[in-house]
Design a protein around this ligand. Structure first.
Ligand SMILES: Cc1cc2nc3c(=O)[nH]c(=O)nc-3n(C[C@H](O)[C@H](O)[C@H](O)COP(=O)(O)OP(=O)(O)OC[C@H]3O[C@@H](n4cnc5c(N)ncnc54)[C@H](O)[C@@H]3O)c2cc1C
Length: 463
């Protein structure tokens, strides 16, 4: 067993771990990185990248008309080509070229100061746990008797499912539903509560209507109680007796933090119901150890893992106080139409701010570019308190791009006036952001008696 001493040990080579390792190493720290499975983690191999690549193929098939079984195979080939194109960026070779010592092994704590990985014992000034999450597979009776897919296997599937049953109507379930429907599968989504339940219900309804319009069956309040059948003939029975039949099953009910291999108790690191317990500076209950990204049990997105990495660099490398806040973190669901959110939803804002809340909205049907492109479904609404946005919800074409303006506004506590001052090129979908700011100021200008009196007086004085 070789003993290694280092400044920083990063456990997990996914979105969060790679960002910390690259940043710390380039800033002169001695860094060791452990990855027990695939460099790039979930996002590259089983998450963001393959799902967006498959959605893109679904979009092409949808534009073309009817998709064939060969299109499905070709779509999967595209998925793997995209992963292969991005993979070198996350590879062992690249990280070694940045000066990181990469050990391709799972790590686990031996004691509060030592991590064991393969033939190595590593002692580090600071440790960052970035081990991510895995698909949560609940113990539904019968599930262990039928073959099922998760996000870790579905992108490998080559034969198009005739009828895909998806248990779980969250963003992952919905993205997979639309991609498969557009590639020619029948799709039934089985959701125990409300589909897209974490999003604004009004915006979610627009997306759900569009998905249903494409032929996806979305069954809500359908808690899966029993699963039976065999490969090619699977039945899911809901608690209320409804039975859904399909050929393949995808489990997409949520995520669980990857902590099993870590022996956290040996290092005095406590956990919560959702992951590793951290404070605002992402420190665990062992003060030398941080946890970031999905394993920290908060918002589970690649950009959050990346944001956490920045906090760690400030804190662990420069010893500066750095706290993570999450009120300005956006997210998006990349279906068509897209659905995006930053800050408070309307319901959350109303609860927090009561009568001080103003909500303004603008419909895609009022945007000339959206009309030109036949993309008039959707709206934006912005929640405003004392002239500053506290949240924005967008459903429609490119909603995931449009939310960037509001993510900037919330991150910098900007005023609505600063959004209204922007000149957007005509005709762009992005004009929606300016127009919604206009919708905030218009009543103040056009319905103000004071403004009318001033304009009247000025006009009388003008030569
Ligand atoms: C289908 C799907 C689609 C998604 N789409 C998006 C999206 O569009 N946008 C978005 O922002 N997010 C998306 N996500 C979420 C995103 O993938 C995760 O939030 C992100 O990967 C989390 O990064 P991470 O660094 O915390 O973990 P990961 O990227 O999962 O990396 C963790 C790594 O740690 C390794 N590991 C685990 N235990 C150990 C150990 N003991 N020792 C050493 N190594 C270990 C794992 O093998 C893994 O490589 C999606 C997720 C899924 C499942």
């Amino acid at each position: 067993m070789e003993t290694i001493t280092t400044d920083l040990l990063v456990i997990g080579g996914g979105s969060g771990g790679l960002s910390v390792a690259a940043g710390a190493s380039q800033m002169g720290a001695d860094v060791v990185l452990l990855e027990g499975h695939k460099m790039g983690g979930d996002c590259l191999n089983y998450g963001c990248v393959p799902s967006k690549a498959l959605l893109s193929e679904g979009k092409k098939a949808h534009a073309k008309g009817k998709a064939s079984k060969a299109d499905y195979k070709a779509a999967k080939a595209h998925v793997h080509k995209v992963i292969g194109t991005i993979a070198p960026h996350d590879s062992v070779e690249r990280f070694e070229s940045l000066g990181v010592r990469v050990i391709e092994s799972y790590g686990s704590f031996k004691d509060a100061e030592t991590v064991v990985a393969g033939d190595y014992e590593i002692k580090a000034r600071r440790v960052v746990i970035a081990t991510g999450s895995s698909p949560l597979v609940p113990p539904i009776p019968g599930l262990d008797t039928v073959p099922y897919q998760t996000n870790e296997t579905i992108f490998e599937l080559q034969e198009r499912p005739d009828h895909l049953l998806i248990i779980g109507g969250g963003p992952i379930g919905m993205e997979m539903a639309q991609a498969h429907r557009r590639l020619g599968s029948e799709v039934t989504v089985i959701e125990g509560m409300k589909a897209l339940g974490k999003d604004d219900p009004e915006a979610a309804a627009v997306l759900l209507e569009a998905l249903r319009g494409e032929g996806i069956a979305i069954e809500e309040d359908a808690l899966a109680a029993e699963i039976r059948g065999k490969d090619g003939a699977i039945e899911v029975e809901a608690k209320d007796g409804r039975v859904f039949k399909g050929t393949h099953l995808l489990m997409a009910v949520g995520r669980k933090a990857n902590i099993d291999k870590l022996s956290l108790e040996a290092a005095g690191i406590e956990t919560t119901r959702t992951g590793i317990k951290v404070d605002a500076s992402l420190k665990t209950t062992n003060r030398k150890v941080y946890a970031i990204g999905d394993v920290a049990g908060g918002l589970q997105f690649t950009h959050v893992a990346g944001y956490h990495a920045g906090i760690i660099i400030r804190s662990a490398l420069f010893g500066l106080p750095a706290k993570a806040k999450h009120s300005h973190i956006p997210w998006a669901t990349y279906t068509a139409p897209e659905l995006s959110q930053v800050g408070l939803t309307e319901a959350q804002a109303r609860e927090e701010h009561g009568d001080r809340l103003e909500v303004v909205r603008f419909d895609y049907s009022g945007n000339d570019r959206a009309i030109a492109e036949g993309q008039t479904t959707g709206f934006i609404k912005v929640m405003i308190v004392k002239g500053r946005p506290v949240g924005a919800t967008i459903v429609g074409h490119q909603a995931g791009e449009l939310i960037n303006t509001w993510a900037l506004a919330l991150a910098n506590n900007m005023k609505m006036g600063q959004i209204a001052a922007m000149v957007a090129p005509y005709p762009t979908i992005g004009e929606i952001n300016k127009r919604v700011a206009g919708a905030y100021f218009s009543p103040r200008l056009f319905e103000s008696k004071m403004v009318k009196r001033v304009v009247g007086a000025v006009q009388r004085w003008l030569p």
